[in-house]
Each structure stands twice: as C-alpha cells, then as structure tokens.
Design a protein around this ligand. Structure first.
Ligand SMILES: [Zn+2]
Length: 554
C-alpha cells in the first residue's frame, strides 16, 4: 500500500506512520535533538576540534552513544514516548536560552528560576520562545506521539533495553578510547563546551538542584557573632546612626562613568562626595548565589548554598550588637538573609505611581524612606534590595521621562533591538540607579538628627551581547568580567565620619585596589565599629582607615 493510501485509510484514527521499534524511535529522536537543539554545542565543538574532523566526529558519536545508554532503560513500549517527548520539549526550551542568549541552564540557573517571582520571570516567556518551542518541541512531539510502536515478544521487549544499554555504552567507551588523552582534556578544560550540550546540562543541573534541596531540608541555622557589641564610637550624647546598605541588582562596574565608562551614566553621584571602588569582584553571577554570599561570613571559595542557609549572616551580627535591622525588598525576596530581622516588601499598594507594569521602580524607596527616617530613635541598618538593572526588560526599570540614552530597546526580545539600543536601555537603568542613590544621599544629608552613611554594592553584573552572551548567570569559571565586576560606592555624612573616626582620604586611596564581595561582611562590621570575633580585620577595608585613638577618646 502506498503511504498516501495508508493516510487516507486512517482518517479518524491516529496517523498510521511506519511502525518503529522503541530503540529506533529513540535513535531518531536523539539524532533530531543533536541536529536541531545544539547549535552552540556544534559551533564550540568546531572551534575546539578545529583541524581534527575525525576527533570531532568520534567525540560527538561518543556523546551520542552515552545519551543512548542513558535513554535505553526507557525503551519499553509503554515508557518510550513520554520519555522522548520530555527530552524533546526540554531541549527545545533550553536550546532557546543557550543558542539565542548564551545562557547555560545549570544547577544555579535552575535555582534562580525556582526562586524568582512570576512577575519577574514572565518577561522571559516571549513570543520568540513560544514559537521556538512550538516549532522545535511541539511539532516533533506530536510526530513521536503519532508513530506506531512495533510490538515484540515479552522476552525481546525486556531484553532489548538491557542489550541496548550494554552495546551503546561499549560503543561510547570504544570511541572515547581511540583518543582518550584529547577527549579527557576537552572535558576537563572546556567546561563551556560540555555545558552547552542539550539536554545534558539541564538534566544534570536538575539532579544537582534536587540533591542540594534535599540536603538543605530541615536545616538548622547556626548562630554567629553572638559576642558582638558596639565599639567605643557609640559614646553618650550622640545621634542615632542610620546606615543604608543598597543591595544592587545586575549593575556591572564597566557601565559606571564613576569607574571610567565613556557614557555619562553617573551625572548625579559625580556631584557628591562619594568613593567608588573600581575593581570589585562578585561572589556569583546570579542573585541566588551572590546575594546570600555577600552578606555571609564566607569567602567566594568557601561559600556554598548549604553553608549560607545554615549560618547566620552580617544582619544577625548587627542584631546581636543591638542595632535595629530592616530589609526592604523591591526584588525577588531576601533569599533567607533577612529571616530573623524586620522585613517588608514594597508593592504598588505602597505607591502605585512607581509600579505601572506590576513591578515597581526603585524610586519607590525614597518616599518610604522619608516617612521611616522620622521615626528612627535607635541605631539602624536598613537594607534596600533594588530591582536595579534586572533584564531583559531594562526599559521597565526607569520612568520614561528618565530616559537619557536613546534610542533604547523597549522590548523583552533582544533580537528585535540593535546592540546600541540594548546598551542604551541598560545605561538608562544605571543612570536611574545613579539618580536614586544620589537622591537618597541628598535626603540623608538633610537628616541632621541622625548620623548617616550609605553603601551600595551590586550582586553581579550583566552581559549585553559581548561574545554572544546576554543577561547573567554564566557558570563562574567561564563568566566574563561583565558578569563578575560590580560597582561599590560609599558615602558618609560628616557626622558619621567624625563619630567613627574614618579617614576618607585613606579610603579613597583604596578605590583602585582589587576588592571583592568577600570584603563586605567584615567591612560593614568595621565601618559600624562592631566588636566581634567574626570580623576579620584583614578583609575589613576600614581597618587601616580608622583613627583608633580618636575612637577611644570619642
Ligand atoms: Zn541579581
């Protein structure tokens, strides 16, 4: 019978394509995923194996047979279709992020997606993504669903998955043995190559994420710095201290004119007596890692999610020392950092004017702050967790009238914007942060009843299309400096400097020194003269810039 007659005869029933065995079906599906969902994997591979086509072919074939080994246990007639449809849909989604935005879907990225809010993540569900998934995921899934599965005897049905596992594993091993030295160094040295493979990395990432969550369930939080007390700077008859810590979002150091950027993104802060530290490295490349890490006592090398959630952080140490601590959030939450202090989340019920699209712009902090400052009677640390420059919808981060650089990209899909428009939109977010920080500082300047200071640090940076990368969250080992160099800006009122006997010139001399978020925990304690064993003076940038004698005589 001709195929067309078969189709005709099947009207009203599933399309009767040629029946395939589960293994053949799996081979076809994997070949499809290799060919259509792995553009980045192929292009990095061509570069890695440049001039060695046979090695390249051998390696890809080995990866293919490894995938077949892992898929073989699902090649029973009743499991093969759901399994292959899952693989195809997953690859279609993750390949969109990898191939069009350079975003690696690994454990940390999955964690980011899981902890992010719906208002924030909705910007990632673009028409582009949906049409990509329809074409590369849904259409082939329908084909898989319609193909008829060949049935065999019970013995053959059970034996085939076992034999396929053994055979494909042997083939993969055999292929890798042909040039083990090259292949093992590629796997070791070129993690960017292996992490671009779909759906390998997302599956490994999901397993690692599940393991991490299981280990962290029912965790107990260990107290730290319970010995903390206010130092000699807190003499009698002084004013209450208000320190604002602005936890920035997605601001990269390179786009701050205070740090040498040619575009004037810091017109307001440039007029104020601030110190901008030019060379500060972040702990991670995404909020879920960087934010808890920067407030923790752990250095980047020691920090793990597990350690972070099982230990108190610098906010708790302030609390132990008797300071009042508040965390105000205009982002996706505190990631557990403020679990034991006063928290509030700013929403459009606080001031709808700043929240036209559901999310609020950071200007919302200002009005709340003026109400709050009037009530302060005790020493206070206030953390403002910004939305900052969070993409891809940069244009939603600032009011239209605050647009300084045009034309700016006003869509969530980067491919509809030129690189100049994307950079303009991003620069507008930095200029808006500049204005928010400057207005906060100007407000603090008027609060003569308080001793005030402000420190701003971003959690991580952002890629704006350099080397084909967008957004952030690249695995740290391969992250460009655009994602890991963050701005850090300090302002102190004259009263504050005098109270804590801080030598501004000494701090300014450190503006070019290599610093990192590792310094933050210890420097915050040092800045506020909190005496505790958990402060490491070597990481405290204020340690050598304080007149200790003057403090004692205060
Ligand atoms: Zn972030």
């Amino acid at each position: 019978m001709l195929p067309i007659e078969k189709l005709k005869g099947s009207i009203g029933r599933p399309i009767n394509l040629y029946p395939l065995s589960p293994v053949a079906m799996t081979v076809f599906a994997l070949a499809y995923i290799f060919l259509t969902c792995n553009e980045t994997f192929w292009s990095i591979g061509a570069e890695v194996f440049s001039g060695h086509p046979f090695s390249f072919a051998g390696f890809v074939a080995a990866v293919f047979f490894l995938m077949l080994t892992l898929s073989a246990p699902f090649t029973f007639p009743w499991t093969v279709k759901p399994f292959l449809i899952f693989l195809i849909l997953l690859s279609a989604v993750t390949s969109y992020y990898m191939d069009s935005l350079g975003v690696v879907v690994d454990r940390d990225m999955i964690q980011n997606v899981m902890v992010t809010t719906i208002t924030e993540s909705k910007h990632l569900f673009t028409i582009d993504l949906v049409s990509h998934v329809m074409l590369f995921g849904l259409v082939p899934s329908v084909v898989v669903a319609c193909v008829k599965i060949k049935r065999f005897s019970a013995v053959r049905t059970i034996a085939t998955p076992i034999l396929t596992t053994a055979l494909s594993l042997a083939l993969a091993a055999g292929l890798l043995m042909t040039d083990l030295k090259t292949y093992s160094s590629v796997v070791r040295e070129r993690k960017d190559y292996m992490s671009s493979f779909q759906p390998g990395m997302p599956i490994v990432g999901a397993i690692r994420y599940a393991k991490m969550m299981m280990r962290s369930a029912n965790v107990t939080v260990a107290a730290i710095g319970e010995d903390a007390v206010k130092g000699a700077s807190y003499g009698p008859g002084r004013k209450p201290v208000l320190t604002i810590v602005v936890a920035g979002e997605t601001a990269r150091s390179q786009n701050f004119s205070l740090n040498g950027y040619a575009v004037d993104t810091n017109p307001r802060l440039a007029q104020l007596p601030v110190t901008s530290f030019h060379d500060v490295t972040s702990c991670g490349t995404a909020t879920a890692t960087s934010l808890p890490c920067m407030f923790s006592q752990f250095n980047r090398e020691d920090y793990t999610f597990q350690k972070g959630i099982s230990h108190q952080n610098v906010l708790d140490v302030f609390d132990h020392a008797g300071l009042h601590v508040e965390w105000w959030d205009n982002n996706t939450g505190d990631k557990g950092i403020a679990a034991r202090v006063t928290q509030r989340s700013l929403t459009n019920t606080d001031n709808a004017e700043y929240c036209p699209a559901g999310e609020c712009m950071d200007g919302i902090f200002l009005q709340q702050l003026s109400d709050f400052a009037e009530t302060i009677a005790q020493d206070t640390v206030l953390v403002l967790h910004q939305i900052g420059s969070h993409g891809p919808t940069y244009y939603l981060r600032y009011p239209e009238e605050a647009e300084r650089f045009a034309p700016a990209c006003r869509r969530a899909e980067f491919k509809n914007c030129t690189s100049e428009q994307i950079t303009n939109a991003y620069d507008n977010t930095i200029a808006y942060t500049d204005a928010v920080l400057a207005e906060t500082i100007e407000f603090l300047t008027t609060q003569h009843q308080l001793s005030t200071a402000l420190i701003y640090v971003s959690d991580h940076g952002e890629s704006l299309g350099e080397s084909g990368l967008y957004l952030h969250g690249a695995p740290y080992f391969m992250a460009p400096e655009y994602q890991t160099k963050v701005p850090m800006i300090l302002w102190m009122s004259p009263t504050f400097k005098q109270q804590f006997a801080i030598d501004n010139a000494c701090l300014s001399a450190k503006a070019d020194a290599p610093l990192s978020q590792d310094n933050l925990f210890h420097s915050l304690l040092g800045m506020l003269d909190i005496e505790t064993d958990v402060r490491n003076p070597e990481l405290d940038i204020f340690e050598t810039c304080r007149n200790h004698q003057k403090v004692a005589s205060n």
